[in-house]
Design a protein around this ligand. Sequence first.
Ligand SMILES: [Zn+2]
Length: 459
Amino acid sequence: MTRRTGSTLPRGHRSFLPRGGRFCAALASVGLLVGGWGLTGCADCSSKAVENDDAFRELAEDAVKIASKLRGLALPEGGVNHKVASKADVVAYIEKRIQDTGAEAIFRDQAHLLEDFGAHPEGVDLSAAFVKAAADQVAGFYDWETKTLYLADWIPSLIQKPIMIHEATHALQDHHFGLARFMEPMIGYGDPQAAVQALIEGDATLVMVDAMAEQTGMGREMVRDQVAGSGEQASAALGDAPPIIGAVLTFPYFTGLSYASALEADGGYPTIDKAYRKLPLSTEQVIHPEKASGDGIDYPRDVTFELPEALAKAGYTWATSDILGEFGVRFIIEQGQEKSVAQAAAAGWDGDRAVLLRHTSGATVSLLASVWDSEAEATEAAKALRGTKLPPVAVVQAGDRVVGLWGQRVANAEAIVGELANVMKLTEVFTYDYYVKASADAAAARKAASTPKTPAVAK
Ligand SMILES: [Zn+2]
């Protein structure tokens, strides 16, 4: 390709899509390995429809070779399959993933939780909004079950190859590191799952971006920075989608790209290989790669607690819970305050658990119990959490801990959250396996609770 002036990247570059987002375990759980480019503003992209012909086969095979060479990973024996997908195929695939993972119910609970903070418009169906946004933005995807690369049939020729290089990288990741283990929801552990998603998507995006740099003769750094910096534009391209959709759909691609670039800069692509063996533990480690390894490593703490007795007595039951992570806490603060305030306040994150409680009347309250890197960080976080778009009922700080309650007013809220700040348990997390086990244990407990007891056998 000849060197172009101005923006070498297709101007319409928007969002690479989702396999999920951080704190909607729901989004992460949908298990999509996607590459997307918003097409609005792609006036200079010629729009040649993709056809399932020899030219497409050549394009796909070429993309796989480029990805394999750049990434330094060998192809699976027997190669990979490749197919063209229509809009209907893409929508059907996304809907099937939502159904297979039971994500719709998770979306619903997550939406209620966000509503209590004023971070999601009331009554907006998150699952439907997700399908719509994803279907609009997906340009290709990799189906790990059939080992098939798909390219959407409406993608302009200029970006067909980059998209296929991205998807081909997923095939290489799958062959070498096994992706199936990341494709099921880790309910209650959305933040670490989103961190791994950012590794997977950031890695695939980095290979794609490096291939583009090579083809255009531009410097890698410049192209990486240009793409990584376009996340906000990508989010804006989602139009009237609820803000959480833009946030979770762009995080793994753009922040993931910065993270993967930082790893690669430290020792080439083999450093990224190592990250699949020692997985990131939080979105904090993705946002700040220096906290993922070396001297500056920052292990997160898992926050656990029982439903406070006063709330149980008042008629509330535990509906769902998740780790918001630095990404989620930042998102919630950002809906009511300046981005810079949210960014600074969330940066001292060390652990949290957000719980949605439902009253017999249908009303909800949300608890957020969090721990911070220091007392000063906790003070900053408490101040920002008092400024959420819908104000909290109560926020209490105790040393490096901050606990708050949002939603329906409840009696003695200050005392309830103050007590919780003292009794919540903190467990430092050193490996991703901790989360895998904790989420499996929680799933088993849920199953046991919903299974009718066997009637006592008469003697
Ligand atoms: Zn992808």
